[in-house]
Design a protein around this ligand. Structure first.
Ligand SMILES: O=P(O)(O)OC[C@H]1O[C@H](OP(=O)(O)OP(=O)(O)O)[C@H](O)[C@@H]1O
Ligand SMILES: Nc1nc2[nH]cnc2c(=O)[nH]1
Length: 178
């Protein structure tokens, strides 16, 4: 599996350190708001787990599953595969994402939550690729700003592989180009 990686971009240690910083900023803002933390499956599960262990105050957790990628390409269509269990009306919501790329996934989700009456919606993303943005959306808490390359590991997949790599790396083009 490691042979398919061109280079490591963010090591486990770097991610841990950045997660500490992000969690401190979120704690300062949300410690007395009992927020609803929403993890966007499947990619965000590892990052969400890391963050939750650092958010040491009263909060609720829910999951949503949306998908829009086929291999390395965005289909442009965001599909809601699994909905939330929680009512978000009047809640302060924090979305946990692994990556903001075209921005379509988050644009869709933020709008959905606002339409359902959330009091506020913030986005916390491990990675942000602003060079590929196609719709206007920004993360409120962002771990790393990345180059325009296809990344895997730490939850991020290519055809549902590589999610379990303990770092974020660039996938070799030879793995997906033909
Ligand atoms: O900004 P965008 O271009 O919308 O890309 C970001 C989304 O793409 C990936 O999800 P994917 O659709 O691959 O589903 P997954 O989380 O199940 O891997 C990633 O986890 C983000 O949710
Ligand atoms: N695995 C993976 N999924 C993505 N979804 C949007 N951008 C990316 C990316 O760079 N890597």
């Amino acid at each position: 599996m490691n042979n398919d990686i061109e280079r490591v971009l963010y090591s486990q240690e770097e991610i841990n350190h950045r997660a500490d910083e992000l969690a401190a900023a979120i704690t300062e803002e949300y410690h007395d708001q009992n927020p609803l933390v929403i993890s966007v499956l499947t990619g965000a599960m590892i990052f969400t787990s890391d963050m939750l262990k650092r958010l040491n105050f009263k909060l609720n957790v829910d999951l949503v599953d949306v998908s829009s990628y086929d291999g390395t390409d965005s289909t442009g269509q965001v599909k809601l595969d699994l909905d939330l269990k929680s009512d978000v009306k009047g809640r302060s919501v924090i979305i946990m994402e692994d990556i903001i790329d075209t921005g379509r996934t988050l644009k869709y989700l933020v709008q959905l939550l606002k339409d359902r009456g959330a009091k506020s919606v913030a986005v916390c993303a491990l990675l942000d690729k602003p060079g590929r943005r196609e719709v206007s959306i920004e993360g409120d808490y962002v771990g790393f700003t990345t180059p325009n390359e296809f990344l895997v590991g730490y939850g991020l997949d290519y055809n549902n592989l590589y999610r379990n790599l303990p770092y974020v790396g660039v996938l070799k083009r030879s793995v997906y180009a033909n």
